[in-house]
Design a protein around this ligand. Structure first.
Ligand code: IMP
Ligand code: MG
Length: 222
């Protein structure tokens, strides 16, 4: 009997969750019906499920450790905010903001730290939270930079791993989703600083990027 009540409650709870997410999508219809966004790649209920699983795994792995979770601004902020709610441990958080040195240098792996950590990480267990890892150049620079500060350990948790374009050889301990060549926006990920507020992750229509790349090339050739 108790088991039956539990199962009914669980089904009810999960359906409610999907409904709440669906209502959220409908409210956001003005943005999602734009010319720029393509299909949903990862729906919000799927994202929440994966984020919860990641949080639970991190909880097990970091028991009795001196953990600092670092959010890489701005893209990881929504993922980070959801993820830490599922980590049932005492830990501190810190933020870091980085930007690449522009179009020509974007493959050099040289990034500028625009906001550094507030905390001293020496002797601490560090978990870096990223939105998406593409070439891996940004992250490998970051890991090198943080290693100098002598933390006890550094691990990485990314919502999306797009390994097809990987250049830097990096170890990623926690991965939410794997993705092929698509450029995606939503749930923190941006295109020209927009669309971070979408609850699901959407594909960007390729025409949009093509036009931008052509424009960039034309400007550089002038
Ligand atoms: P990487 O150095 O090539 O690994 O670049 C990773 C960073 O580029 C991510 O942290 C994102 O900020 C950004 N990025 C890469 N791919 C995408 C995407 O599909 N959508 C939005 N941002 C992206
Ligand atoms: Mg990022």
């Amino acid at each position: 009997m108790i088991l039956k009540i539990y199962i009914v409650f669980k089904i009810y709870k999960e359906n409610c969750f999907i409904w709440i997410n669906l209502i959220g999508e409908i409210i956001q219809k003005d943005i999602t019906s734009s010319e720029i966004l393509g299909k949903i790649v990862f729906p919000s209920h799927e994202i929440q499920k994966i984020v919860k699983q990641l949080g639970e795994k991190i909880t097990i792995d970091y028991k009795n450790k001196d953990l600092i979770i670092i959010c890489i601004l701005k893209g990881a902020v929504i993922f980070f905010a959801d993820l830490i709610k599922y980590i049932d441990l005492p830990f501190s958080v810190d933020f870091m903001s980085i930007s690449s040195y522009g179009f020509k240098e974007s493959n050099s792996g040289i990034v500028k730290i625009t906001k550094d950590l507030d905390e001293n990480i020496e002797g601490k267990d560090i978990l870096i939270v990223e939105d998406i890892i593409d070439t891996g150049l940004t992250l490998s620079y970051l890991i090198r930079n943080l290693s100098v500060r002598e933390p006890k350990s550094i691990e990485v948790c990314t919502l999306i791993d797009r390994s097809v374009r990987r250049i830097a050889d990096i170890k990623i301990k926690y991965v939410g989703f794997k993705l092929e060549e698509k450029y995606v926006v939503g749930y923190g990920l941006d295109y020209k600083q927009k669309y971070r507020n979408l609850q699901s992750i959407y594909e960007l229509k390729t025409d949009t990027i093509k036009k931008d790349i052509e424009l960039l090339k034309a400007t550089l050739n002038k």
